[in-house]
Design a binder for this molecule. Sequence first.
Ligand SMILES: NC(=O)c1ccc[n+]([C@@H]2O[C@H](COP(=O)([O-])OP(=O)(O)OC[C@H]3O[C@@H](n4cnc5c(N)ncnc54)[C@H](O)[C@@H]3O)[C@@H](O)[C@H]2O)c1
Length: 328
Amino acid sequence: MSKILVTGGAGFIGAHVATKLLERGDDVVIIDDFNDRYDPRLKHLRFEHFFSGSLKPKLVTGDIRDNDLITKLFDQEKFNHVIHLAAWAAVQTSIDNPYIYTSVNVDGTVNVFEAARHNDVKNIVFASSSSVYGGRDKVPFQEKDDVSRPISPYAATKAAGEIMCATWYNLYQIPISALRFFTVYGPWGRPEMAIFKFSEAILRGQPLLMRGHQTMRDFTFIDDCVQGVISALDHPHQFSIFNLGESDAVPLPRLISALEHSFNKPALIQEVPLPPGDVPRTLADISLAQAMLSYQPVTKIEDGIAKFTQWYKEWYIPNFLPDLTNSL
Ligand SMILES: NC(=O)c1ccc[n+]([C@@H]2O[C@H](COP(=O)([O-])OP(=O)(O)OC[C@H]3O[C@@H](n4cnc5c(N)ncnc54)[C@H](O)[C@@H]3O)[C@@H](O)[C@H]2O)c1
């Protein structure tokens, strides 16, 4: 049995990852500060939903920037592995408030990495992002592509995180995998993501703001992402970077059609320009993760959206949009 720290474990990806680890018998500790970047009630409800049964992680409510807390935690718990997911995510808010992004995503990451190297951690998995590829036109994105031209503070902090991964590996030989996630979605996701906004607009019969009809995203279903994260945990590779996408560039109209089909309601589409910071298209070349991690995503967008909308109707609407209950 491994003892694993999951930072950001009350978050979307973290809660799913921690659940899988507990199911296979690992000992899991979560640290999360339940901050209000998005409604913390969703973080608490998610935590309760995933962990109120017999499989429970130990929960530490706190901030990864708190050096004393992190030092004591590593000292006491003697982790073998760290999955570092805690971060301020999302591109647009990073343009409005870059300071919190550098503080948490860069300084906080240094805290975690320093504690890990002082405590003989065997390997680290770090959450990077497809946003590091910037606004490039050439797809698919490959790990060896130049990522020195980010177009948002968020992307810059993730690129900085990857460079720190390389540095801590070079200095201390802790195997570290930096995983570039490509727009992960699914049940218990993050409410500021387009899929949530589109869903609400469709159900309210309000205009759905589509950011460019040629915009394409490689949407990755949460179960596929979790498979990649756990595989990276189980297969340490010195310092490595892996794309974890679905390997399918989905134009926004296809995503909207899948939502219309699942909700059985038409969308009123209003096209708006792509805002600064948003990239026009993403598509992952996943051949490296396939070869090195046996990563094999299997969920088509239409199937993933059906699972998402089922959850959205059952959990999200009653708890967060109760006035829409009768519209279902
Ligand atoms: N979901 C995606 O599409 C996606 C894409 C690319 C990268 N990522 C990265 O994956 C990771 C997880 O993303 P997510 O979608 O689950 O987001 P999320 O916001 O749901 O999860 C992040 C969690 O970290 C916690 N956190 C933030 N700052 C903290 C701090 N200072 N101390 C302790 N906890 C803190 C938050 O409370 C939250 O629960 C993030 O690093 C994110 O940047 C996600």
